[in-house]
Design a protein around this ligand. Structure first.
Ligand code: NDP
Length: 445
């Protein structure tokens, strides 16, 4: 039996060399639940830790496709079916050149606890490809998606594994993949979430991750007798999560001053209003342009190759990608008066930065709690598909609010110590207990 986190981590690192992001994600969870495990040693006796870090299944496959010039290209596809103790595998597909097994194992591992926190019956999984959608025509995207699904279809199903979107996979890609699945299986099934509204999608699914992160931040602020009114907010990214986080912050009376993409950050001291946000949505979702065009149009500052964390803000919501706030940036945010950091993205905060926030008493909402709204509404999309009916926008939004509130309460229950709440600890313990107990119930499988 392991006697320390370091001893356990040594085994994980030796077994999974060169998967740094996976090590990082596992260490964060194990460190924060270790005291709980020592108080409840039956989990260690039954080797739950060893089992939970080993995916139930990993599928890796060739994805050949033809570009518009007729050339053959080859990418690598993956699906990590991590844990099905509490429901079918569920988690997004990411298309980005940085995708490899370590990245998808980190995301799949996080997904197990996140899905558990939602209270819905969903296991953890993640998948994707090192395919780069940037600069590709619609035809090339379709060609790739069809080839990707031509292998993936045999491993997924409405009661087995239900993928969704993530970085580089939005409504367009889900549509192409759904079409190919239907063609291959001759079955109209709820096998993907994030579908179009005409063919089985749920209202509020596109908004859910960004809205949910802001609902979670609102709960954290409320817990401290505060709210979003008049708060200055720095957001990173300008994709799905960032866009709808921005929309919800504006609705709650906050002022969003930054957005970014992989080439730089825009800083708009006047705040991004509804009309400017619409410009960004058109720019990113239709024209697929660069964020710099916003600065050119509205005459605000553009910080080339820089992230938003130099901006003065009360609340920071990182919504781009993993490891996008380092220790120095965290210190800078604290120095500038930032009082709350909420992860819209998955693991955007490096461990040194998390330490800075916790030490300095900044309210810190980890992604597996704060961005669970996306997968929660995916779960609601699955329910609607199974019942063959659609809920209204208001119904889904209410359910999303309730779920985020409930996740917040679970974090408080397991993370409160004295007057403060350690949300990392709270989220990890609450997420772990349900999955671990289910694994124990189901025997050695
Ligand atoms: P999108 O592809 O819609 O947007 C991603 C944004 O992040 C883009 O602005 C992109 O800029 C930027 N970005 C991506 N990679 C990098 C990088 N390496 N460096 C700097 N910027 C980068 O993705 P989503 O909005 O869906 O996802 C954002 C984050 O939220 C991810 O961490 C994802 O895992 C997480 N998440 C998403 C959910 C969802 O429902 N979509 C659910 C839960 C979490 P550029 O265009 O220049 O690449």
């Amino acid at each position: 039996m392991y006697t320390s986190v370091d001893q356990f981590m040594e085994t994980v690192i030796n077994k999974n060399p060169a998967e740094e992001e996976f090590h990082q994600a596992v260490k964060e969870v194990v460190e924060s639940i270790w005291d709980y495990l020592e108080d409840n040693p039956h989990y260690l006796h039954h080797k739950i830790l060893d089992r939970i870090v080993e995916p139930e299944r990993v599928i890796m496959f060739r994805v050949p496709w033809r570009d518009d010039q007729g050339n053959v290209n080859v990418n690598r596809g993956f699906r990590v079916e991590f844990n099905s103790a509490i429901g079918p595998y569920k988690g997004g597909l990411r298309f980005h050149p940085s995708v490899d097994l370590g990245i998808l194992k980190f995301l799949g591992f996080e997904q197990i606890f996140k899905n558990s926190l939602t209270t819905l019956p969903m296991g953890g999984g993640k998948g994707g490809s090192d395919f780069d959608p940037k600069g590709k025509s619609d035809n090339e995207i379709m060609s790739f998606c069809q080839s990707f699904m031509s292998e993936l279809f045999r491993h997924i199903g409405p009661n087995t594994d239900v993928p969704a979107g993530d970085i580089g996979v939005g409504g367009r890609e889900i549509g192409f993949m759904f079409g190919q699945y239907k063609r291959l299986c001759n079955e109209f099934a709820g096998v993907l979430t994030g579908k179009g509204l005409n063919w089985g999608g749920s209202l509020i699914r596109p908004e859910a991750t960004g809205y949910g992160a802001v609902y979670f931040a609102k709960e954290m602020l409320n817990e401290n007798g505060d709210n979003f009114k008049g708060k200055t907010v720095a957001i990173s990214g300008s994709g799905n999560v960032a866009q709808f986080a921005t929309e919800k912050v504006i609705q709650l009376g906050g002022k969003v001053v930054t957005l970014s993409d992989s080439t730089g950050t825009i800083y708009d001291a006047d705040g991004i209003d509804g009309e400017k946000l619409q410009f960004i949505m058109d720019l990113k979702n239709k024209k697929r342009g660069r964020i710099k065009e916003y600065a050119d149009k509205y005459g605000c500052e553009y910080w080339s190759d820089k992230r938003p964390w130099g901006a003065k803000c009360d609340v920071a919501i990182p919504c781009a990608t993993q490891n996008e706030i380092n220790g120095d940036e965290a210190k800078h945010l604290v120095k500038n008066g930032c009082l709350c950091v909420v992860e819209g993205a998955n693991m955007p905060t490096e461990p040194e930065a998390v330490e800075v926030f916790l030490e300095k008493g900044v309210l810190f909402g980890p992604g597996k709690a704060a961005n669970a709204g996306g997968v929660a509404v995916s779960g609601l999309e699955m329910s609607q598909n199974s019942m063959r009916l659609n809920w209204s926008r208001e119904e889904v939004d209410e359910k999303l609010k309730d779920i985020m509130k409930n996740i917040h309460s679970q974090c408080v229950k397991y993370g409160k110590s004295g007057d403060s709440v350690n949300y990392v600890k709270g989220a990890n313990i609450a997420g772990f207990i349900k999955v671990a107990d289910s694994m124990l119930d189901q025997g050695v499988v």
